[in-house]
Write a protein that binds this ligand. Sequence first.
Ligand SMILES: Cc1cc2nc3c(=O)[nH]c(=O)nc-3n(C[C@H](O)[C@H](O)[C@H](O)COP(=O)(O)OP(=O)(O)OC[C@H]3O[C@@H](n4cnc5c(N)ncnc54)[C@H](O)[C@@H]3O)c2cc1C
Length: 391
Amino acid sequence: MTEYLSNVLWTEDEIEFRKEVKAFCDKEIYPIADELDAGPYPRELIRKIGKAGYMGVHHHKDAGGTNRGLSYEVIVAEEISAANGGLDMARMATTTLYGMPLTKFGTKEQKEKYLKPVVTGEKIGCIGITEPDVGSDVAAMKTRAEKDGDEWVINGEKRFITNGSQADYMCAFVVTDPSVKSKEGMTAFIIDTKSDGFSVVQDHDLLGMKSARVSWLKMEDVRVPPGMVLGELGQGFKIMMDELDSERTAIAGEAIGYGRTPYEIAVKYSTEREQFGRQIRMFEGVSFKIANMAMKLEAGRALTLTAARMYDKGMKITKEAAIAKLYTTEAAVEITNDALQVLGGVGYTTDYPIERFLRDARLMTIGGGTAEILRFIIQREVFKELKSGLI
Ligand SMILES: Cc1cc2nc3c(=O)[nH]c(=O)nc-3n(C[C@H](O)[C@H](O)[C@H](O)COP(=O)(O)OP(=O)(O)OC[C@H]3O[C@@H](n4cnc5c(N)ncnc54)[C@H](O)[C@@H]3O)c2cc1C
């Protein structure tokens, strides 16, 4: 049993669950992990993941979930990402990025109609925050909704939306009251992507994550019927911040997965490949890279599990989620890059999947909050602690 399966940090139930998810991936994902990169992921595979119960571990039972917690979502994220990063990005966009705002702020009716089918994998969700002119500065959002009778009419564009062209529903963040600061005037809506006026401008051509689809979307006079506001009017910014904490923790789980497979390939290769009459692992230049990879994976897992456990206890995790995501995503870029180096020339070919993991990993110091923004958040939380006498 490898170390990550027997680690004392995890409960017996979590260890058993991980083995079960790994067995699912061995059967359903690893055999097609390379060809999945042609994209888009087959919808049937998302249904299988849903049917196996890997979409709903962190959703309430009234939404078809098992309510086991974010620590279980982190396990699913790591295991599927260790096979194919883009597939898990698509899975996570539907179940965590779209799903968590619904599970936490949705009404009974909204969960029944718009979350349950996503948890089973029958329907696909996406989250719409980013716009052509709005990235890190989410409070500058331009997409507007205006009331017309008892309906809302939405106009605007959302860019870089994972699952955008595949999704049935979007959880979209929209300004409903431009007369106040957007932190108070922003509202979350559930939007049916088949609504009149909703269109896909294009799917972006990406460096990695090629098994997913990431899209530019346009809304022109999209009429949203009553009952599609998520939470309260004006509560959008709060819902978004809450979503980002769970998203960042789950992404940290994914990042460990992108790093793990290249690490394991590099460890094995370093004992098989001989140069200068000895295994290349005997050279410090190689073995110290492997030591660094092992250290970063272990540290990353501990940081990620800390954030997940705190979240599951209902604690605020803005700092811990930012630290986990920042550390693991930068580590994933370093690990995939070092693993490729250990393989030398063959690492640069598609004979090994390391180049795919390197391309996939590169996204995650950008999406879900860039490394720069996460550092800003961490220092802001640190100085709040100083102000409140904790330091
Ligand atoms: C493949 C992919 C999938 C994505 N999926 C989704 C999705 O599903 N839904 C969604 O809403 N969005 C999604 N995004 C968008 C992603 O979250 C944004 O790209 C990200 O938040 C950064 O925004 P930006 O690209 O506009 O960069 P910008 O905000 O324009 O930043 C450009 C650079 O400036 C730096 N910068 C900006 N402000 C500061 C500052 N205050 N201090 C220091 N540096 C700063 C940034 O760190 C970055 O290096 C996705 C993006 C990609 C590429």
